[in-house]
Design a protein around this ligand. Structure first.
Ligand code: CAA
Length: 256
């Protein structure tokens, strides 16, 4: 049985991580189930946005420490652990929202950062506490956290191992918005339904354009944006969107 529960509604796939007895700690099985579900929904033309949830107590409390305990240098070199799997999330074209309540620590913070945006409940706690185990982030934390919040805050979190609350996470740009924990699911669904209501190919192009900014110089990014912007003029939806505006009516997307 999958460790990820799935429902689909109004063009949105809602994925709930379901290993509550270990605060959703990421073992190989859970990571595989997450990536498999994301890739499957990415291929489904009726899905325009995906939301990842944990429980109210924990989004994910980290990589599974008990499963990692017997590992050694050679086994990690050979297995590539699950960093490889997490990096597959980068290839998903559909926007992914991490809806975080409770702990998002270590691999949990890293999983949330591998998504496109994070919406946090007011009880959310983020951190990279690996240093307290005499190890370091292994699922992209030292790279994605530094890009998201800058060197000073990333060093602070990674070297002290402390937890950061939702307010601090929003202030430093890790989180796009904070909502009351009782409203996390409804707010994340609303946000996802808005994204899913837009032209699917236009949304995918917009996601690609933003992601390019994380990888290139400004000059290369601006040049890519120019090409991607021009490419939207090959979409039937672009013509429909501008026609509908001119005719003061709602657009009818063909998603082509
Ligand atoms: N791995 C395995 N099991 C975990 C876990 C983890 N990361 N986090 C929590 N659990 C388990 C606990 O062992 C406990 O199980 P038992 O009931 O069988 O003992 C259960 O989940 C509930 O946890 P606690 O009793 O500890 O709950 P708490 O409310 O007292 O504390 C917590 C919550 C502060 C999140 C605490 O569980 C904690 O500190 N967890 C570890 C956080 C951490 O260090 N994460 C980084 C992991 S390393 C990593 O992620 C490396 C990487 O980048 C690849």
């Amino acid at each position: 049985m999958s460790l990820v529960l799935e429902t689909c509604e109004k063009g949105v796939a809602h994925l709930t991580l379901n290993r509550p007895e270990a605060l959703n700690a990421l073992n190989e099985e859970l990571i595989k189930d997450i990536v498999e579900a994301l890739e499957r929904h990415d291929k489904n033309p009726s899905i325009g946005c995906i939301v990842l949830y944990g429980t109210e107590r924990a989004f994910v409390a980290g990589a599974d420490i008990k499963a990692m305990l017997p590992k050694n240098f050679v086994s990690f070199q050979e297995e590539e652990m699950f960093a490889f799997e997490i990096n597959r999330i980068e290839t998903i074209k559909t926007p992914i929202i991490a809806a975080v309540a409770g702990y998002a620590l270590g691999g949990g913070c890293e999983l949330a950062m591998a998504c496109d945006m994070i919406i946090a409940a007011n009880n959310a706690k983020f951190g990279q506490p690996e240093i307290t185990l005499a190890t370091i982030p292994g699922l992209g934390g030292s790279q994605r956290l530094t890009r998201a919040v800058g060197k000073a805050k990333a060093m602070d979190l990674i070297l002290t191992g402390r937890h950061m609350d939702a307010q601090e996470a929003e202030k430093c740009g890790l989180v796009s918005r904070i909502v009351d924990h009782t409203e996390l699911k409804s707010e994340a669904a609303k946000m996802a339904e808005t994204i899913a209501s837009h032209s699917r190919p236009a949304v995918r192009i917009a996601k690609k354009a933003v992601n390019v900014a994380m990888e290139t110089t400004l000059a290369q990014g601006l040049s890519t944006e120019k090409d991607l912007f021009a490419s939207t003029f090959a979409l039937e939806d672009r013509k429909e969107g501008m026609t509908a505006f001119s005719e003061k009516r709602k657009p009818k997307w063909k998603n082509s």
